[in-house]
Design a protein around this ligand. Structure first.
Ligand code: SF4
Length: 361
């Protein structure tokens, strides 16, 4: 029997063809969606979706209060708004968010889906339907080599390199958890490929205030992130890495890792970190975001990497320009913490300036 996903299932995966067909029954066109009595509420849902996408902290929950119509329409409108905003970073953020959201609902399907059904103990019926529609063909925990290579091409995690995989008789072995990661990557790539949409000018004009609102929120968030970081307290090794980037040098893998992990550990947003790399001559936004998110634990590995210790930095020749303060620490993060906690020096008075109390009458 052909599987017909429920409205709830469709709302969690709004990019599916069946989800789009579902919403077309309700709204015949984009214009009708915007002039619908619920138009403002749908736009608000779209805006909150984009805000979640650009927020440093994602709060996915199995409890979704909006109706299926609102969720799917909100998804579609959000994509239209970022297309009108025509901002590459916003588009990347939204695409990654949608892929992460779908990943969350797939991994936790048993928690929220009363219709959950496992087909053979390994794959849920819903997972199989989505994978089939998106062209991810994994059966019996293995995938054809050619399909695998195409799917993992944009991924930079060493785990997925063919050289690190078990390959037999033309098939690559896929671990149980990895099937979700591969599907998430497929979703991200497919959703990104379609953006920006070519939205008719009158519709973009109608949505201009929404697009401007989102851009403003995004910029404010970036400023907040930078505002909390005290560059003056960075240890010399990290300053040197930043200076190298700023002067247009490419960093070694170890250098990128140390810098990214440090900035992440002190609370800098992944996007702000990635923007730092925009100074590098070989800057590639997609690749950089992927690497940064991998190191910061948002790339699906679940591992939140920590900055290497001073001893490890010495091994990779990254411990440079040591100063007296370095003698008191064994970790760049300890350096930063201690430096930040130091009382701020009061400005030294100008020796040339006449002292008022000694004025001779
Ligand atoms: S001693 Fe530690 S903090 Fe100082 S430069 Fe070397 S690695 Fe950085």
């Amino acid at each position: 029997m052909v599987f017909a996903p429920s409205a709830k299932e469709l709302s969690h995966f709004p990019f599916l063809k069946k989800s789009q067909d579902h919403i077309k029954l309700r709204f015949s066109s984009l214009d009708s969606l915007l002039v619908d009595p619920k138009g403002d509420a749908l736009a608000a849902r779209a805006i909150s979706r984009i805000k979640e996408a650009i927020s440093p902290k994602k709060g996915f929950s199995p409890k979704v209060t909006s109706s299926a119509d609102e969720e799917i329409a909100g998804y579609a409108l959000a994509r239209i708004i970022v297309s009108c905003a025509n901002d590459r970073q916003l588009i990347d953020r939204l695409t990654r968010y949608e892929a992460e959201r779908a990943y969350y609902f797939l991994v936790n399907e048993e928690e929220w889906n009363q219709n959950y059904r496992s087909e053979d103990g390994r794959y849920s019926r819903l997972w199989l339907t989505i994978a089939d529609e998106l062209g991810v063909h994994i059966t019996e925990d293995r995938m054809r080599v050619a399909d695998y290579i195409e799917l993992v091409a944009p991924m930079h995690d060493d785990r997925f390199r063919l050289i690190n995989r078990h390959v037999a008789q033309g098939f690559v072995e896929i671990k149980s958890d990895e099937k979700y990661e591969l599907l998430r990557e497929r979703i991200r790539v497919l959703l990104r490929r379609d953006l920006p949409h070519r939205v008719p000018q009158p519709i973009c004009e109608l949505l201009a205030p929404k697009a401007a609102e989102i851009k403003k929120v995004y910029q404010e968030q970036m400023l907040r992130q930078f505002g909390t970081v005290e560059e003056q307290a960075f240890p010399p090794c990290i300053r040197t890495l930043i200076a190298a980037l700023s002067s247009g040098m490419n960093l070694t893998h170890a250098g990128r890792f140390a810098l990214t992990a440090f900035l992440h550990n002190i609370g800098m947003d992944t996007l702000a970190i990635a923007q730092l790399y925009a100074r590098a001559p070989d800057f590639d936004a997609e690749k950089t975001m992927y690497q940064v998110e991998h190191i910061t634990g948002r790339g699906g590995t679940g591992t939140d990497y920590t900055t290497p210790s001073c001893a490890a930095m010495q091994t990779t020749a990254l411990c440079v320009k040591r100063n007296a303060f370095c003698e008191r620490v064994n970790h760049p993060l300890s350096y930063y913490k201690m430096k930040k906690a130091e009382p701020k020096k009061t400005p030294v008075p100008d020796k040339q300036a006449p002292e008022k109390s000694k004025t001779v009458k």
